[in-house]
Design a protein around this ligand. Structure first.
Ligand code: GDP
Ligand code: IMO
Ligand code: MG
Length: 447
């Protein structure tokens, strides 16, 4: 059985957590392959809302094994906290039982968080992501496999602390790393997690050979990709399909399905160009913010909002080759008189069909819109009812024709079929295309 990938098609927060939660019962493995706890993936099932930062969203399926892959940067303290929260909710301690951390994953240390706090440009999440990847690229970082090997090597640890302190001084951060403290932190990481650290690449390769299904969970989104996104206003990892298998330690030939998750509009947290951005104070931008509860899952910052940017969506399709699109938060647009889709930009009087590589140029791009009729607002219960009807064979056809027209247009522009439509935060508030990959039985919450 092959691997499937779930990826953010925009600037993050598209609803990846919800999609993974839906697919996980049919997968034996759920794997994070890049990023760290800059991610915040929400799952709403019944009365329970989960916000996962490091644990793969497939954790909700009790038979699904979980991997923090080699492409990740992992903050052990955040992982510890998340595991405690999970244990409080369910009584389960998955570490070493069904949760495995790649030996090769990079460790985020307090130094990385401190260094990240000096960021004044990007508007990072402040979780130490960029600095941890920087250390990895410089080949001075610590991976989980290295933590055990460092035990008792106080000279090496002292050298490490000295380097960290020099770097903190260069960016004007006053805190300093104490080598003795660093040593005891490494000891704690070793004691806390050594039962879960594994060579996860070979584990997944063996699982695929046995015919098991592997679900690869992207974090962030294509437009935040370090190489292909709106640099420098991006995250520090490759968020695209090409890295999904590499960051899991398996080869790209395993991927069969690749789902791009896109909101029916656009949001962005942090700094950087956003051509279709609207005002948060009034009109459709305010509606998206208020009705969509657009606040960052990790930092709580208000998300910037705007119309669907099909130029960006098409770039993400070019990079990821989606086999299906999941269009989320359609319900949020209910009640707007008209809906707009940006199909190209105008830059210095010229039509632009691709995102300029320079963020300075992108910030000068004016969106060119096509306009579609809106549809009436509906309450959460009404949407859930349509979603239930859709599961009796109607699929996306259960939606009113004005809404279907908007979705059909997204399919036409992107060239990718819509396989599921989100009409509310709850696991059950989704409308899948009949017979498609998301046309699966969705259960009530079991926790
Ligand atoms: P992720 O990072 O891609 O997993 O997305 P986040 O969890 O950060 O943000 C998505 C937010 O939208 C969460 O609060 C979800 O509960 C919510 N959400 C997801 N799908 C839908 C939907 O179809 N409709 C509505 N109203 N909310 C949704
Ligand atoms: P999920 O997985 C939305 C943004 C930050 C900042 C930039 C760099 O929940 O979709 P970083 O801390 O990664 O160095 O910050 O990237 N960012 C996200 N925006 N969703 C995310 O994750 C994000 N992870 C990082 O706001 O602009
Ligand atoms: Mg998020």
């Amino acid at each position: 059985m092959p691997a499937s990938v779930v990826l953010g098609a925009q600037w993050g927060d598209e609803g990846k957590g919800k999609a993974i939660d839906q697919l996980a019962p049919n997968s034996q493995w759920a794997v994070r392959f890049q990023g760290g706890n800059n991610a915040g993936h929400t799952i709403v099932a019944g009365g329970t809302t989960l916000k996962m930062h490091l644990l793969p969203s497939g954790i909700t399926a009790s038979d699904c094994k979980l991997v923090l892959g080699c492409g990740m940067v992992v903050d052990p303290w955040v992982l510890d906290r998340e595991l405690k929260e999970w244990a409080e909710l369910t009584g389960e301690h998955p570490e070493g039982e069904r949760l495995f951390i790649s030996e090769r994953a990079a460790v985020i240390l307090p130094f990385h968080r401190l260094y990240d706090s000096a960021d004044k440009v990007v508007g990072t999440t402040g979780r130490g992501i960029g600095p941890a990847y920087r250390d990895r690229t410089e080949r001075v970082g610590i991976r989980f496999v290295d933590v055990g090997l460092l035990m008792g090597r106080s000279q090496e640890i002292g050298e490490m602390a000295r380097r960290m302190n020099e770097q903190l001084a260069t960016v004007g951060v006053e805190d300093r790393i104490d080598p003795v403290q660093l040593g005891s932190e490494l000891k704690w990481i070793h004691e806390r997690f050594s039962n879960a650290i594994r060579a996860t690449g070979p584990m997944l390769d063996d699982a695929l050979a046995r015919g098991e299904q592997v679900l690869l969970e992207g974090a962030q989104g294509a437009m935040l990709d370090i190489d292909q996104g709106t640099y420098p206003f991006v995250t520090s990892s490759i968020t695209c399909r090409a890295n999904a298998t590499h960051g899991a330690g398996i080869h790209p030939g395993h991927i069969e399905q690749c789902y791009g998750i896109t909101k029916a509009y656009t949001t962005r947290v942090g700094n950087g160009p956003f051509p279709t951005e609207l005002s948060l104070e009034e009109g459709p931008g305010k509606q998206m913010s208020v009705v969509g509860h657009e606040f960052g899952t990790t930092t709580g910052r208000p998300r910037r909002t705007g119309w669907l940017d099909a130029v960006a969506l098409n770039e993400s399709q070019r990079l990821n080759g989606y086999t299906g699109l999941v269009v989320t938060k359609l319900d949020v647009l209910g009640g707007l008189d008209e809906l707009k889709i940006c199909t190209s930009y105008e830059l210095d009087g010229q039509e632009v069909k691709h995102l300029p590589s320079s963020s300075e140029e992108l910030s000068r791009c004016k969106p060119v819109y096509e306009t579609h009729p809106g549809f009436p607002a509906m309450g959460e219960e009404e949407w859930i009812q349509i979603a239930e009807e859709s599961r009796n064979g109607g699929g996306i056809g259960s939606l009113p024709s004005s809404i279907r027209a908007y979705l059909t247009r997204i399919e036409e522009i992107s060239g990718v079929p819509v396989v599921s439509v989100g009409v509310g935060p709850d696991r059950l508030a989704s409308i899948a295309s009949s017979g498609g990959p998301f046309d699966i039985e969705l259960s009530e919450a079991t926790f």
